[in-house]
Design a protein around this ligand. Structure first.
Ligand SMILES: NC(=O)c1ccc[n+]([C@@H]2O[C@H](COP(=O)([O-])OP(=O)(O)OC[C@H]3O[C@@H](n4cnc5c(N)ncnc54)[C@H](OP(=O)(O)O)[C@@H]3O)[C@@H](O)[C@H]2O)c1
Length: 255
C-alpha cells in the first residue's frame, strides 16, 4: 500500500505551489481539481523535478458524490492517505443580497462541507499513518467581512474547525490551518474582487511564499500559519479591535 499526500485545488495557484513543495519533500502526490489538463502540466513539472509522477483525479468536488468517488479511486489504486491538504475553495465579492444564491451556497459547500467530509473520511488512514491535515483558510477567518460575507464566514469555520481538531488530535496527527492574506492567483478573477487598495497590495504575498511557509510549518505541526508580517499583525490585532471598526475596514478591503 502506497502512502500519498492528497492536495485539492492543485491545478493552479496556492495548491499548485503546495504540490511542488510536497514533491520536493519526496511525497507521492494525488492532485485533485476539475481541470485535468492543468493538473497534467503540474504533474509534468513535478516529474521534471525528479519526483514520482503524481496521480491526477479530475473531479468537481461540488458534486455531493465526489468524496466517495475520490475514496474509491484511491482504493482501486491501492493508495492510502498520509497527508490531506484541503486547499480548493473560492470567494465571491459583492453584497450578500445581490450575489447569486446558488453561487454562494456552492461556496459554502466547497469551502466547508467538502473540507469537512474529506477530513472525516480519510482521518482513520491519516491517524494510522501518523500523518497530517492542512486546511487552507484565509486572513478573512479572523473577522466578519461585509461585501464578502459568506466567504469570510466560511473561512472562520475552517479556522475554528482546524484548531479544534488540532487539539483533539495532538500527538497523533499534525493539523495546520494555513491563513494567507491576498495572493495573486486565479482567486480574485473568480471572486470579481478589486485589489486596488494600498493596504491590500502591501500585504500581498506570492503563492510560492505562502506554500513554502505553509508546508514547512505543517511539517512541524504548527496550529495556525499566517504568512507575511503585515498579515500576522492584522490577524493578531483583529480580535482586539472594536468590532465596528473591523467591520468598516474589512468592508473597504472587500470592495
Ligand atoms: N488568492 C488569495 O488571495 C487567497 C487568500 C486567502 C486564502 N485563499 C484560499 O486559498 C485556496 C486556494 O486559492 P487560490 O488563491 O490558489 O485560487 P485559485 O488559483 O482560483 O485556485 C483554486 C483551486 O481550487 C480548484 N477548485 C475550484 N473549484 C473546484 C471544484 N468545484 N472542484 C474541485 N476543485 C475546485 C481550482 O481548480 P479547477 O478550477 O481546475 O477545478 C483551483 O485548483 C482557496 O481555499 C482560497 O480561499 C486565497
Amino acid at each position: 500500500m502506497n502512502n500519498v499526500t492528497v492536495i485539492t485545488g492543485a491545478s493552479g495557484g496556492i495548491g499548485e505551489e503546495l504540490a511542488y513543495c510536497a514533491a520536493k519533500a519526496g511525497r507521492k502526490l494525488v492532485l485533485v481539481a476539475r481541470s485535468a489538463d492543468k493538473m497534467k502540466a503540474v504533474a509534468d513539472k513535478i516529474v521534471a523535478l525528479g519526483a514520482p509522477a503524481p496521480e491526477i483525479v479530475a473531479l468537481d468536488l461540488g458534486n455531493p458524490a465526489s468524496g466517495e468517488a475520490l475514496a474509491n479511486t484511491l482504493k482501486q489504486k491501492n493508495l492510502k492517505v498520509f497527508e490531506l491538504i484541503n486547499n480548493a475553495g473560492y470567494g465571491l465579492a459583492g453584497r450578500f443580497e445581490e450575489l447569486d444564491a446558488a453561487d454562494q451556497i456552492g461556496m459554502v459547500d466547497l469551502n466547508v462541507r467538502v473540507l469537512t467530509d474529506l477530513t472525516r473520511r480519510f482521518l482513520p488512514e491519516i491517524i494510522e499513518a501518523k500523518g497530517g491535515v492542512m486546511n487552507v483558510a484565509s486572513t478573512a477567518a479572523f473577522q466578519p467581512g461585509p461585501n464578502m460575507a459568506v466567504y469570510y464566514a466560511s473561512k472562520a469555520y475552517v479556522l475554528s474547525f482546524s484548531e479544534a481538531i488540532w487539539y483533539e488530535l495532538k500527538g497523533r496527527v499534525r493539523v495546520t490551518c494555513l491563513c494567507p492574506g491576498p495572493v495573486p492567483t486565479g482567486f480574485s478573477g473568480r471572486a470579481n474582487k478589486g485589489q486596488d487598495l494600498r493596504l491590500m497590495k502591501l500585504s500581498m504575498t506570492s503563492a510560492d511564499f505562502v506554500a513554502s511557509r505553509g508546508w514547512e510549518r505543517f511539517q512541524r505541526g504548527q496550529r495556525v500559519v499566517v504568512p507575511g508580517v503585515l498579515n500576522e499583525i492584522s490577524t493578531t490585532l483583529a480580535p482586539l479591535t472594536p468590532r465596528a471598526l473591523t467591520l468598516s475596514l474589512a468592508s473597504r478591503l472587500s470592495r
